[in-house]
Write a protein that binds this ligand. Sequence first.
Ligand SMILES: Nc1ncnc2c1ncn2[C@@H]1O[C@H](COP(=O)(O)OP(=O)(O)OP(=O)(O)O)[C@@H](O)[C@H]1O
Ligand SMILES: [Mg+2]
Length: 216
Amino acid sequence: MGNPSPKRGRGFFITLEGGEGGGKSTQAKRLVAFIQEKGWQVLLTREPGGSSGAEDIRKLLVSGEPGRWDAMTEVLLHTAARRDHLQRTVLPAIEAGQWVVSDRFVDSTVAYQGYGHELGAERILDLHRIANGGFMPDLTLILDLSVEEGLARAGSRGGGEDRYERMKRDFHERLRQGFLEIAKSDPKRCKVIDASQSVETVAAAIEVAVSGMVNI
Ligand SMILES: Nc1ncnc2c1ncn2[C@@H]1O[C@H](COP(=O)(O)OP(=O)(O)OP(=O)(O)O)[C@@H](O)[C@H]1O
Ligand SMILES: [Mg+2]
């Protein structure tokens, strides 16, 4: 455990992205197990959340009425949570040589608020540059799934964190297209994975993508 990275002194930062119910949380756990089996130290985290302050902000974002926040307020809350998460959790871990796997990151804000709420991707990325120096993952896995299938799967997850799920159907369509646009605009970092396949097949595709980034 704790091998130094073969390519550099810091760990790799991998994010899982996509709409509701695509299998991000399922695959994040499997990916962490895969990285551990290879002998690396790895931290599993999530957004919004992943640090004590950001988990407090999460509660404001994932529960309550769909129209609780206007779109820009929502972006500012996500961006504040992300800054805390990066400062307290992600950056210290990768600087210590650990890998970090995050269940959602900035692409979710670009997709949900930039495309879903139609604020535009650039404004979200501008705020990310101001708040977080524009810090981006080494690899982003976008789990792509039809809106129907995703919402049906997410509905079975339960837990009451369903504020975004309850937004309108066209919001979810814009969000899916948004993730595909993000992947197109940054093809080196982003890999789109067909999430309609079995858990095993998706996990295998993710392992191929990770192995293509670094000789794990
Ligand atoms: N490839 C798959 N095929 C069928 N069902 C799946 C697959 N992957 C995950 N599931 C199931 O779908 C539901 C949602 O999966 P999961 O919670 O991992 O998705 P998520 O992307 O994290 O969702 P959310 O956006 O709501 O957090 C779970 O019940 C999970 O067991
Ligand atoms: Mg999840």
